[in-house]
Design a binder for this molecule. Structure first.
Ligand code: AMP
Ligand code: GLY
Length: 422
């Protein structure tokens, strides 16, 4: 079999690396990929513009691609899955309509309300004046969210009315998020502990993946700006059996049903960001894809075939699917480039000391290969991921792996996994 993975981040390196482990898979192409996918056994990068659907279709036909896995949200929101599926190419990823769960906060909040899915109280606005008036009527802290995709950065937590006014000005007047900020949601601030619940979904069936927790803030102790994620670990003890079942019953099942009722049944990874407080839960957001960096520790724990799982979902065979995990814990630490998430420089040469430990895997994210040299090319550059007999052990190994990598201006959080260890 031949597989095509769309994307270039750490998640896509993990998806491609895991796909290549199947004996039945002879080749995994990654479009456009990174230095990690360029150097990996059985993997090849291809440079096709991911907005050129027709060129991707032609590549799939020429190379007899048996499965396409779409990693990031943007091509899903742009309708790449619909396009390839309409050409009879087996594609794992939701339709453009279903991807609105991530693509528009207004859509998702209205969807939660319509289908009784627990979430923070909110109001939606498409102009400064009405939103500004609303700020006089609410309690603080509050949360201002740009409606559209903003790479995890479109959420502003405001501790006071003044901060919230500043957020409205930056979104509506300075257009900090461009078109993505042409409308907004203002919602109640939720207290509690967050977890990522990710499942493989096909219409009304699903296979939950191992639980995980991400560290979204840039600074230790979860302070500072929100990022795409600075590290993650799996399993997440906050999702005990009771909470797990509650998420399935109160969030996942009504979401699958609601999407069927809206005539956009789901196919793909579905990610619910959940706030858990005293046994009660509320949905913070949906993502229409695997989490990054959650994918890296989760896929390191997956014993079953990822390719078979995706094909079972596409062929509506999830009911009988049994998924297997190692009992080991996994921890992934993101190594970022100075200035991330606001801005960062690129083209720093990377030195990597090879550590030969089967429980360790260095996933690349913002890297590229030029003249046989690995150079940085993004804000999040690597995710050093490791398995251990417990979370502490996995964390120690992940940080050993972090220490094998060096480049100018690198930084990482030193406390990834602390909530699971405490
Ligand atoms: P979102 O993209 O909506 O998940 O928001 C990104 C992050 O912002 C979440 O993972 C939370 O850490 C934080 N966040 C979003 N909404 C809220 C909320 N209502 N209350 C507290 N924190 C939130
Ligand atoms: N790690 C959070 C996300 O993928 O959105």
């Amino acid at each position: 079999m031949q597989v095509l993975v769309i994307g270039s981040g750490g998640r896509e390196h993990a998806l491609a690396w895991k796909s290549a482990q199947d004996e039945s898979v002879s080749k995994v192409f990654v479009c456009p990929g990174n230095a990690g996918t360029a150097l990996e056994n059985k993997l090849s990068n291809i440079s096709i513009n991911i907005n050129d659907f027709n060129a991707i279709e032609n590549f799939c036909i020429e190379e007899n691609i048996d499965l396409v896995i779409i990693g990031p949200e943007q091509p899903l929101v742009n309708g790449l899955a619909d396009y390839l599926q309409s050409k009879q190419i087996k594609t794992f990823g939701p339709s453009q309509a279903a991807a609105q769960l991530e693509g528009s906060k207004t859509f998702s909040k209205n969807f939660f309300k319509k289908y009784g899915i627990p979430t923070a109280a909110y109001a939606a606005f498409d102009n400064y004046d009405a939103a500004r008036e609303y700020l006089d009527t609410i309690n603080y802290p509050t949360v201002v969210k740009a409606d559209g995709l903003a790479a995890g950065k479109g959420v502003i937590i405001c501790s006071s009315k003044e901060e919230a006014i500043g957020a409205l000005e930056s979104i509506f007047k300075d257009q900090a998020f461009g078109e993505a900020g042409s409308s907004i949601v203002i919602e109640d601030f939720l207290y509690g502990e967050e977890a990522s619940f990710i499942a493989v979904v096909s219409k009304d069936k699903m296979v939950p993946l191992a639980t995980s927790q991400d560290h979204k803030a840039v600074g230790e102790g979860d302070i500072g700006l929100n990022t795409g994620g600075m590290g993650a670990y799996s399993p997440a003890p906050v999702v005990n059996d009771h909470i797990h079942q509650k998420i399935i019953d109160e969030v996942m099942k009504p979401t699958m049903k609601g999407l069927i009722a809206e005539e956009s049944p789901y196919l793909g990874f579905l990610y619910a960001g959940i706030m858990i407080n005293n046994g009660e839960l509320k949905v913070l957001e949906f993502n229409c894809r695997f989490g990054d960096p959650e994918a890296q520790p989760i896929l390191l724990r997956l014993k079953s075939s990822l390719v078979e799982l995706c094909l079972a979902a596409i062929d509506d065979q999830l009911e009988a699917y049994e998924i297997n995990w190692t009992d080991k814990h996994a921890c992934g630490v993101v190594i970022a480039s100075k200035g991330y998430p606001e801005s960062h420089s690129s083209n720093h040469q990377v030195a990597i000391k090879q550590l030969n430990d089967v429980d360790m895997k260095l996933f690349h994210a913002g890297t590229k290969l030029e003249n046989n040299k690995i150079l940085t090319s993004g804000g999040r550059v690597f995710c050093a991921t490791a398995l251990g007999n417990n979370l502490k052990d996995a964390q120690t190994k992940a940080y050993n792996l972090v220490n094998s990598v060096s480049f100018n201006g690198s930084f990482y959080r030193k406390d990834i996994g602390y909530k699971g260890i405490k």
